[in-house]
Design a protein around this ligand. Structure first.
Ligand code: NDP
Length: 240
């Protein structure tokens, strides 16, 4: 029987590419999104993938959202925690709200969603959780103390939950993308982006599909011995 996957923030950008890649691998996919109904409708019309709206930063909404997906599609075997936002500013220009929104959605979202799906995966003795971190969580980034802290937290969250999942058939991994040509990066001023691209050894931004292929591997049967790892997909921008 086909496995069911939830991709948070799965209706556009990197998440859309992940939803499409998992569907191509034979999974039944539920793409979650926050509020952009028009994009979600367009996504479903183009891909045939069902879209479900809830805020991953809201613990109870995640529990309800997972219930709705399971009622419609079946038990969830694969979770991709991809939803994320930026609210950039240097420390003293960053309001408490900018800090809290990014921590609540980017990091809290991983906790809320894993909390909702982990019991079922544990009971069925099979699960895949992939969390989308960031190069900026590994290396830091000027003007992003909130985002870098949340993404760095995701990498720690991944290693800790991997230890809990290992004996019950649940793998937990992270992908740390470099700069990818999505709406999020389109918001970066052109002169700043030019300087960023100059530092990428392969000399270009990445494509969402290049992240999706890594996620699809980590979600596959073939990746059963890979857990607690972080796969960097960044054109060589950050190596360690
Ligand atoms: P986009 O801004 O293009 O898309 C974000 C997606 O997340 C949308 O589907 C959006 O839904 C959804 N989303 C945002 N907030 C919430 C929420 N509270 N609850 C549920 N869904 C939400 O982002 P990208 O595709 O660029 O980024 C995807 C992930 O990859 C993020 O975690 C990002 O931090 C990470 N990343 C991106 C990089 C890049 O260069 N683009 C680099 C490194 C990491 P809606 O359409 O309704 O707004």
């Amino acid at each position: 029987m086909a496995r069911v996957a939830i991709v948070t923030g799965g209706t556009r950008g990197i998440g859309e590419a992940i939803s499409v890649a998992l569907k191509a691998d034979g999974l039944i996919v539920a793409a979650n999104y926050a509020g952009n109904d028009e994009k979600a409708r367009d996504f479903t019309a183009r891909t045939g993938i069902a879209a479900f709206k809830w805020d991953v930063g809201d613990f109870d909404a995640c529990a309800e959202g997972v219930k709705a997906v399971e009622a419609a599609l079946g038990p969830v075997d694969v979770l991709v925690n991809n939803a994320g936002i930026t609210r950039d500013g240097t420390l003293l220009r960053m309001s408490r709200e900018m800090w809290e929104d990014v921590i609540r959605i980017n990091l809290g979202g991983c906790f809320n969603m894993a909390h909702a799906v982990f019991p079922g995966m544990r009971d069925r003795k099979w699960g895949r959780i992939v969390n989308i971190g960031s190069i900026n969580g590994q290396a830091g980034q000027y003007g992003q103390v909130n985002y870098a802290a949340a993404k760095s937290g995701i990498h720690g969250f991944t290693k800790a939950l991997a230890q809990e999942g290992a004996r019950v058939g649940v793998t937990v991994n992270a992908i740390a993308p470099g700069y990818i040509d999505t709406d999020m990066v389109a918001a970066v001023p052109a002169d700043v982006l030019e300087k960023i691209v100059a530092k990428i050894p392969v000399g270009r931004l990445g494509h969402a599909e290049e992240i999706a292929r890594g996620v699809a591997f980590l979600c596959s049967e073939n990746a059963g011995f890979v857990t607690g790892s972080t796969m960097s997909i960044n054109g060589g921008q950050h190596m360690y």
